[in-house]
Design a protein around this ligand. Structure first.
Ligand SMILES: Nc1ncnc2c1ncn2[C@@H]1O[C@H](COP(=O)(O)OP(=O)(O)O)[C@@H](O)[C@H]1O
Ligand SMILES: [Mg+2]
Length: 410
């Protein structure tokens, strides 16, 4: 087998540093369990030379000595009998945490695995790096081996401070919500020292993953279907990371039909969970009011209302504003964003502000670099960082986290 194994520090070290940077933290061992010996060997190779592999849970259990171990469960664990054996072991041995590899990832399987106590499920073929990252994350969930289990707390949230929830909304499709949400999220992720999460709550037609050229392993559907077991660590594992800034994304369902499975209370619980460890939760939304949107408006600290610069847009946004007032949305949550603010159409910003009776917090110019960036799957703040539109996004991000160099008005 000449498949390269990459990303593993040090030869012959089937271990990960599970302590979050702590010098004296114990090293966590890794082992593979799969009844298919060839698959077990291949997975073990991915982790590193010398990684132990076992064909049954019993065989693995016999070798446990009380030290923390991350078990990589192979595809044979789709078998209910094998999964039950794993469940019993995981319940009995607190020093073991498990990641499962599956040939076909379905919501049903994910649910069964999570119920059995497995912390993450990856679909094969799995890259060495993804596997090592999952092993490391899962390894961090193993609490002190003796004594009471510490609650899992992913990086950043130890101070218990809840992150700020910022929703991007408009009552008009195509007004630029997704462009604004994704660029703002990328900038905040660059600037924030806590994680920043972008949630695509446009459940039917969400395109955040496409705009950021991400191939999600999990979506909101998985978060909802594992809601009963969802803790911050598990939640973190369902997010896909955008690089280089490390923005975490919870993508919309891959098929519009799944949108029905997701209700307002579920969406709100997910956001509440995310804000326990994220400094910012940015939410992209569909272009209409439904119960999910209403629930999200309620939990949001800021609602960025996006308006385009043409009459139908302004009319719709005006109706949207009236609806928000009827719903008793605190008006101090609302911030008006005028998109394509320099388009060569007759309306100018002050006219729009007058019509809407709200002052604009941000003006985003119209620029050909935006659709170019969208089509390349790149945020415009990366593809054209010096463009006026990128500068406008920087200014918008300054409202939340000032970049060092600038002093804010306000
Ligand atoms: N400031 C802008 N300048 C030029 N084109 C823009 C701008 N904002 C958005 N667009 C274009 O409009 C289209 C719709 O934007 P999008 O963010 O998907 O809208 P929404 O999410 O509100 O439906 C995108 O393809 C994008 O290229
Ligand atoms: Mg959109």
């Amino acid at each position: 087998m000449n498949r390269p194994f990459s990303g593993n520090p040090g030869e012959g070290q089937p271990q990960v540093d599970a302590g979050a940077g702590g010098g004296g933290a114990p090293r966590t061992l890794v082992a593979v369990v799969c009844s298919d010996q060839a698959v077990a060997a291949r997975l073990a190779m991915l982790v590193g030379v010398g990684t132990a592999s076992y064909t049954t849970i019993d065989e693995f259990a016999a070798r446990l000595d009380g030290n923390p171990v991350v078990a990589i469960l192979g595809p044979s664990f789709v078998d209910p009998i094998e999964l039950t054996a794993a469940e019993q072991l995981l319940a009995a041995r607190r020093e073991v945490a498990a990641v499962m590899i599956t040939d076909e990832l379905s919501t049903d399987l994910l649910q069964r695995a999570l119920r059995a106590g497995v912390k993450d499920v990856l679909q094969s073929p799995v890259e060495a790096n993804d596997l090592l990252m999952a092993v490391e994350r899962v390894g961090r969930t193993i609490g002190p081996v003796s004594g009471v289990m510490a609650p899992a707390s992913p990086e950043g949230g130890e101070d218990g401070e809840l992150g700020r929830v910022v929703m991007v909304f408009s009552t008009k499709g195509g007004s630029g919500k997704s462009v604004i949400a994704s660029n703002l999220a990328v900038l905040l992720a660059q600037r924030s020292d806590r994680p920043v999460v972008l949630v695509d709550a446009d459940l039917q037609f969400g395109d955040v993953a496409v705009m950021l050229k991400l191939t999600p392993q999990h979506t909101i559907v998985d978060a909802v279907s594992s809601l009963e077991r969802l803790d911050a660590t598990l939640m973190r594992d369902l997010l896909v990371e955008h690089s280089p800034e490390g923005l975490l994304v919870l993508p919309a369902p891959l098929e519009p039909a799944f949108a029905d499975q997701i209700g307002a209370s579920e969406m709100v619980r997910i956001v509440e969970m995310l804000r326990t460890f994220a400094g910012y939760v940015i939410i992209d939304t569909p272009a209409y009011f439904n119960d999910v949107v209403l629930g999200l408006i309620e939990v949001s600290d800021d609602v960025l209302l996006v308006a385009g610069m043409d009459i139908p847009n302004i009319k719709n946004v005006k109706i949207g504003l009236q609806t928000l007032r009827l719903l008793n949305t605190p008006m101090d949550k609302l911030r008006l964003i005028l998109n394509r603010a320099n388009s060569k159409v007759r309306l100018d910003a002050s006219e729009v502000e007058r019509t809407l009776g709200v002052k604009a917090d941000a003006l985003i110019p119209s620029d050909i670099v935006v659709p170019q960036a969208v089509n390349r799957g790149e945020p415009v703040v990366y593809s054209a960082p010096r463009s006026p539109v990128a500068k406008a996004f920087e200014d918008l991000a300054d409202e939340f986290i000032p970049s060092q160099s600038k002093k804010r008005r306000k």
